[in-house]
Design a protein around this ligand. Structure first.
Ligand code: CP
Length: 335
């Protein structure tokens, strides 16, 4: 097993300093905090150029030819890892998918020694997912000037490319943010998806942001944007909402199940269903970052219905990751 390592946790200001260079360009992507509306809009606009209409060939370029992207996932992933892999390939980069289970971290090598080893192989971008808070910023502090770090999911605190793909999906359906009510439903307390989506939505000026959960899964108010409404009733939370995002319970981060409803009770009280969607605004969309637990946080037929944009979220994720990879490589090019 890898040794447990302790990391200094970067504060918000330090992470912002780490991730933007002096010209304000994206040097690393660690968090959506500190990225202003223009930064987010530029990334969403850049993502659009990598989307192709259904049935047409995917967009390919050789703009990152000669570059190497390493996927370092120290936690399980399907969507994020596959989409970074495809995004890098579609930009012409070489891709290394390190198999953590057979890597020398299992022999006790520290994460920084693993990073220095890969850096010596001239990796340009390291895409990092880890269960411990602080790991992406810790690595970003230690890599050389020719390596960028992208956070692909950090404990319960941050999942910035998921936040961006959620914003892109909402923008493509609704056109703007300032007239929207967005309801995020589920295990908000342990969800990095909820944190990054909330940060991005607040920056984009969403009209109303509702975070709905049982009391046992409610967020610490200090960890969510000040304008977010923490709520516990799903009917009230869904009423009039334009966007409803369902989240799974993050069992891997919960050590004490006291107060967490059982499956049937949870679905009855917090399951997003077709019946509940009748309370939402006309044309409301249903989102889910995946992986989904059908029949627990979302009704199966709703997940496959016309209101559901879940597959579009996945498709948009590749485009967003192409845009982010391009942006961080651009920041390493001569000004
Ligand atoms: N949404 C998300 O991060 O999915 P994966 O865990 O499959 O990457």
């Amino acid at each position: 097993m890898p040794v447990t390592e302790l990391f200094d946790i970067a504060g918000e200001a330090e992470q912002i300093n780490l991730q933007l260079d002096k010209a304000g360009r994206l040097r690393h992507l660690l968090t959506l905090q500190g990225l202003d509306r223009q930064h987010l809009t530029d990334l969403l606009d850049d993502s659009e150029q990598y989307l192709s209409e259904g049935g047409k060939p995917v967009v390919r370029t050789d703009s990152l030819a000669g570059r190497t992207v390493a996927n370092l996932f120290f936690e399980p992933s399907t969507r994020t890892r596959a989409s970074f892999d495809l995004a890098a390939q579609r930009l012409g980069a070489d891709v290394l998918n390190l198999d953590v289970n057979t890597s020398s971290r299992k022999k006790g090598e520290s994460i920084l020694d693993t990073i220095y080893t890969l850096q010596a192989m001239q990796i340009d971008v390291m895409v990092v997912r880890d269960a411990q808070t602080g790991v992406p910023a810790h690595i970003a502090r230690h890599v050389n000037d020719f390596v960028s770090i992208i956070n692909a999911g950090e404990s319960d605190v941050s999942h910035p490319t998921q936040g961006l793909l959620d914003l892109l999906t909402i923008r493509r359906h609704k056109g703007r943010f300032d007239n929207l009510t967005v309801a995020i439903v589920g295990d908000i307390a342990h969800s990095r998806v909820a944190r990054s989506a909330s940060e991005g939505l607040a920056t984009m000026g969403v009209r109303e942001l509702r975070l709905i959960s049982p009391e046992s899964l409610a967020p610490d108010p200090g960890t969510v944007p000040p304008q977010a409404k923490i709520m516990h009733g799903l009917d009230e939370g869904v009423r009039g909402a334009d966007v409803i995002m369902a989240l799974r319970i993050q069992h891997e981060r919960i050590t004490n199940l006291d107060g967490i409803p059982g499956v049937d009770e949870y679905f009855a009280s917090y399951g997003v269903t077709s019946e509940r969607m009748k309370l939402a605004a006309p044309g409301a969309i249903v989102m889910h970052p995946g992986p989904m637990n059908r029949g627990i946080e979302i009704e199966s037929k709703l997940a496959d219905s016309e209101s559901s944009v879940i597959k579009e979220q996945v498709r948009n994720g590749v485009a967003v990751r192409m845009a982010v990879l391009t942006a961080v490589i651009r920041s390493m090019s001569p000004k």
